[in-house]
Write a protein that binds this ligand. Structure first.
Ligand code: ADP
Length: 372
């Protein structure tokens, strides 16, 4: 499972003065460890980019500029990578100077200082430890790649399944309607009842598939953060989509100042639409008030959609975000149980969090964060 190219286990050596590099290469060759000598720091970075298990570097070969260039290369590495460096220092230095040097090398991250002259056993154990750590990193990379692939396959499957199922279900819905229109008079009471079951089942399935598609789309987001947008735009669009339900319910809606966020408009619109739609759906007899606010908290924006509806019992506060999870029958409140799962998927894709604060009978506060 864990494939590696040959260059990924080699040991790079940068020790331009004297015979250090040659001696090191010979010592490691005797241990069956592949090496590659680099004449300077610039070439070392190029070689690192082609792949390496670890790098042994004589400290005199590293100026502050080189350390910076190496740190920039390290910063461009994927999260699984943490290249181990073995730095050969001068012997017999006052400890204050060694400490200062170690601080200068800090940007390298994962490094070990070894004082010269180095005993062969010391070098061997240091290099073996570094290579072992690197192998673990490669294993992590393989697992991550496998996970990303499995996720992508699953998303593709959900997308195709919901997309391809739409057509036949649409046919059932349309033809059951035509049957009702043209042949209802030929059916007895039971026949009419069966027909209405077929029709409402097909309509429900259409709703489910539309939500499954939204769920699959919620995850299709690239790694680059989108350009900032004002959250008021998608919020207004969501309220416009819900204008019929808002009018019918007589809801009064207040909206606070909305911030700029790095999100796709369609994603934020979907989150607002699902949360406000739910606030309308799960209302009580008394006049409905919905309040939408946002405020800055530390490194993120905290959005809140608050209602004075039926509320949610403590034990269901987590479960309601699960796929197809519903607390009511379709007769009491229609729905697919996907709305909050879609919200959660969208918010988490932007590295945010979503949760609810509520008590049964006392309204609900849906809160979500988006990095500022
Ligand atoms: P759906 O509304 O289609 O059932 P959701 O995923 O949007 O699916 O919501 C899951 C469940 O969470 C709902 O069935 C309902 O019981 C509860 N819920 C969601 N929003 C609210 C709300 N604002 N007030 C009370 N209950 C809510």
């Amino acid at each position: 499972m864990f494939r590696r190219s040959a260059s990924e286990m080699r040991v790079l050596i940068l020790a331009p003065l004297g015979r250090d590099a040659r001696l090191l290469a010979d010592t490691l060759a005797a241990l069956d460890i592949e090496t590659k000598i680099s004449p300077d720091a610039k070439i070392l970075i190029a070689l690192l980019a082609e792949g390496a298990g670890t790098a042994i570097v004589a400290e005199e070969a590293l100026t502050a500029d080189h350390v910076q260039a190496l740190a920039a290369w390290l910063a461009s590495q994927p999260p699984w990578s943490d290249m181990p460096f073995v730095i050969l220092t001068h012997s017999g230095r006052p400890s204050a100077e060694s400490k200062r040097r170690a601080q200068e090398l800090e940007p390298l991250g994962n490094f070990t200082l070894i004082e010269r002259p180095v005993r062969p056993e010391t070098m061997e154990t240091a290099i073996r430890a570094a290579l072992r750590a690197r192998v673990r990193q490669y294993e992590m990379r393989s697992r991550q790649e496998a996970l990303i692939q499995a996720n992508a396959d699953l998303e593709q499957f959900a997308h195709s399944a919901s997309h391809d199922l739409r057509e036949p279900i649409r046919s059932i819905s349309v033809y059951s309607e035509l049957l009702k229109k043209h042949y209802e008079q030929f059916l007895d009471l039971r026949g009419k009842e069966f027909l209405s079951f077929i029709h409402s089942g097909a309509q429900r399935m259409e709703g489910l598939l539309a939500d499954m598609l939204s769920y699959a789309h919620a995850s299709s987001i690239s790694d680059d953060a989108p350009e900032p947008i004002c959250a008021r735009g998608p919020l207004d669009a969501a309220l416009e989509n819900l204008s019929g339900a808002i009018r019918e319910s007589g809801a009064s809606i207040t909206v606070g100042e909305m911030p700029m966020v790095r999100m796709r408009t369609s994603h934020l619109e979907q989150v607002f639409q699902n949360l406000v739609g739910n606030a309308i759906k799960y209302r009580r007899e008394e006049p409905l008030h919905i309040r939408l606010t946002a405020r800055r908290e530390d490194k993120h924006w905290l959005f809140c959609v608050e209602d004075n509806g039926i509320g949610i019992a403590l034990e269901y506060r987590k479960a309601i975000f699960g796929i197809f999870k519903r607390l009511h029958t379709n007769q009491a409140y229609s729905g697919t149980g996907m709305g909050l799962a879609i919200c959660q998927r969208i918010v988490e894709r932007y590295r945010g969090r979503i949760w609810v604060e509520s008590e049964l009978g006392c309204g609900s506060k849906f809160l979500f964060t988006i990095p500022a």
